[in-house]
Design a protein around this ligand. Structure first.
Ligand SMILES: Cc1cc2nc3c(=O)[nH]c(=O)nc-3n(C[C@H](O)[C@H](O)[C@H](O)COP(=O)(O)OP(=O)(O)OC[C@H]3O[C@@H](n4cnc5c(N)ncnc54)[C@H](O)[C@@H]3O)c2cc1C
Ligand code: FES
Length: 283
């Protein structure tokens, strides 16, 4: 059985899992399809993360990128950033890794059900956002309008290109993409992600904004959402903090009285206002 937060005695013990598919998606990121050796489902919610160990190298947290509606295993997308991630990047299909979790609160599914959803994903933020996007698209009748804004620094950094093309083709999704630095072939929007707001309309009373991306993005996207009338408790953001245990014990991820690994990583803007040490959003 997958090790979940409801099994405190085994919180530090990884489950063994097999990598069944590896794909280089950009120069820096690899996609991994993973199955727990037990045959169990991971049992995650969109927005939760797992702690993955590359044996002999260490352990690091990664968002689960697949939707829980995917029957067959789960997916990760990992940037090669240092010791653990470079060890994971060397692994081939058939390799065994350790998995602890799923951890964290995940996105508020009850809040978004029945509402219009505005996804704002910058860079690697698409990795956790994709879990919720695909969950919403697999339960399309339960949700209102779906708008997806996605940005990267360069066109070469765009993730999941086939999937982006499928979202764009759908009549029931408004997908907009932008890059900061176009190359010679880029014929789409250019500018930071907030410049996409001028291309969309939404009813702020009905809309929940789901924002995931680099810290620098949060303040500007929050301001744009507020100016367009979205309530602060309907602006939902997923934070990334340095983490170790993942289960609220070590304090590495603490902001004020909150442990990002357990109380988060997903917070509303209203909650973030009460966490000034996080430095994420200040008035
Ligand atoms: C909840 C959560 C979800 C995450 N999801 C993903 C994901 O889906 N895909 C992905 O590629 N990465 C994700 N990360 C970031 C990932 O955990 C780090 O890149 C990883 O821990 C780096 O480990 P390393 O041993 O390879 O790097 P190290 O050798 O430890 O460090 C390399 C560099 O990365 C910096 N670094 C290490 N950890 C973090 C961190 N948590 N945040 C920012 N910088 C860090 C270090 O300061 C150092 O400069 C997530 C982090 C968190 C907390
Ligand atoms: S990572 Fe240890 S308390 Fe959050």
């Amino acid at each position: 059985m997958a090790l979940g937060v409801n099994q405190p005695e085994s919180l530090y013990l990884p489950d063994l899992a097999e990598i069944t598919q590896v794909e280089q998606v950009t120069e820096m990121e690899k996609f991994f399809h993973v199955h727990l050796k037990s045959g169990d489902k991971l049992g995650h919610k969109p927005g939760q993360f797992v702690n993955v160990s590359a044996f002999g190298a260490g352990e690091a947290p990664f968002s689960v990128s697949s939707s829980p509606t995917m029957e067959d295993g789960f997916e990760l997308c990992i940037r090669n950033a240092g010791n653990v991630t470079s060890a994971l990047h060397k692994l081939e299909p058939g390799a065994i890794i350790g998995v602890r979790g799923p951890f964290g609160n995940g996105f508020p599914l009850d809040m978004i059900r029945g509402r219009d959803i505005l996804f704002v994903a910058g860079g690697l933020g698409l990795v956790p956002a994709r879990s919720l996007i695909n969950y919403v698209l697999d339960n399309r009748d339960d949700h209102g309008k779906v708008t997806i804004l996605y940005s990267c620094k360069n066109p070469s950094e765009l993730l999941f290109k086939d999937e982006l093309a499928r979202w764009e083709k759908r009549d029931d999704v408004n997908y907009q993409v932008t890059v900061d630095n176009p190359d010679g072939e880029w014929d789409r929007h250019v500018g930071v992600i907030t410049t996409l707001f001028s291309k969309i309309t939404f009813d702020p009373e009905r809309t929940v904004a789901v924002v995931v991306g680099p810290p620098v993005m949060y303040r500007f996207v929050a301001l744009e959402c507020i100016q367009r009338g979205i309530q602060e408790n309907h602006i939902v953001m997923s934070l990334e903090r340095h983490m170790k245990c993942g289960v609220g014990k070590c304090g590495h991820c603490q902001i004020n009285s909150k442990c990002v690994c357990q109380d988060g990583p997903v917070f509303t803007l209203t909650q973030l206002r009460t966490m000034p040490e996080g430095g994420v959003i200040r008035r």
